[in-house]
Design a binder for this molecule. Structure first.
Ligand code: IPE
Ligand code: IPE
Ligand code: MG
Length: 244
């Protein structure tokens, strides 16, 4: 990241799709001598801040990594606390989310989630289904590899049923089997917490994403950091493999 700059953000060149790996809740709590779940609580508040900032900037598609296929490796207590918190926040924020025209989508295999969490999610999805201001897609029990394998299986079964020929499998056709096929590819991928890795997030969709790693822990993320990441995005020259 360059040093702080307050250059204006160009509203004509916003990333069409911003994806965020929301990392660092545990460290935020540990730094304060608090249990990790307190970090997740503060992280949920940062999600609300993020939605507000995204709306104000006029972003149209936001994907948020909330729980990975690997996060089941954490203690049962932490996992349960995470999903309880999620239910609590959905119930608390739903009116606000609906009022602002946000449509909530999910990517991931949510069959494995606790029943209450699934119910609250379904309520949220149904209630916001016709909204058009901004799409917010939450990754829950989401893994980029799992998503690709799922797409491959769906195509394979269509081939086996003779509904399609293997030669018809193109990149576009493949992408149509991803969890949310109508979203454009990710333009800007943000990861907080200072870690510089992808951790199995949106492997297909980030092929040509600009990546911004921020030194801030997720609970401290807010509109300031969102704008910082977008300024950085706007300062980059994208080439997509073409001539410089
Ligand atoms: C991100 O924060 C939230 C989830 C993965 C659910 P972490 O819980 O990974 O926080 P750190 O990385 O341990 O600090
Ligand atoms: C990635 O963070 C997953 C989410 C933010 C939901 P992790 O904390 O699970 O990733 P690693 O373990 O540091 O790679
Ligand atoms: Mg982490």
């Amino acid at each position: 990241m360059p040093e702080q700059n307050n250059a204006a953000i160009d509203p004509r060149h916003l990333p069409r799709h911003v994806a965020i790996i929301m990392d660092g809740n545990g460290r935020w709590a540990e730094q304060r001598g608090l249990p990790r779940t307190k970090g997740h609580e503060a992280g949920a508040d940062a999600v609300r801040e993020t939605l507000k900032a995204a709306r104000e900037l006029g972003l149209k598609v936001l994907s948020l990594y909330a729980f990975s296929t690997e996060n089941w490796r954490r203690s049962r207590a932490e996992v349960n606390a995470l999903f309880r918190l999620m239910s609590h926040h959905i119930r608390r924020e739903l009116d606000e989310i609906a009022k602002h025209g946000i449509r909530v989508r999910i990517m991931g295999d949510i069959e494995r989630l606790p029943e209450q969490a699934r119910k609250d999610l379904q309520t949220c999805i149904d209630r916001t289904a016709r909204n058009t201001e901004m799409d917010v897609c939450v990754g829950l029990n989401y893994g980029g590899r799992a998503e690709i394998v799922r797409a491959a299986r769906r195509l394979a079964s269509q081939c086996a049923a003779r509904a399609m020929r293997s030669e018809e499998i193109t990149e576009d056709r493949f992408a149509r089997e991803l969890y949310v096929p109508e979203h454009p590819e990710v333009d800007l991928l943000i990861r907080t917490s200072g870690e510089q890795r992808i951790s199995n997030f949106m492997l297909w969709q980030i092929s040509y994403a600009e990546i911004v790693f921020l030194p801030v822990l997720w609970p401290d993320f807010n509109g300031h950091w969102m704008r910082e990441a977008i300024r950085e995005f706007q300062s980059r020259r994208r080439r997509f493999g073409g001539r410089p």
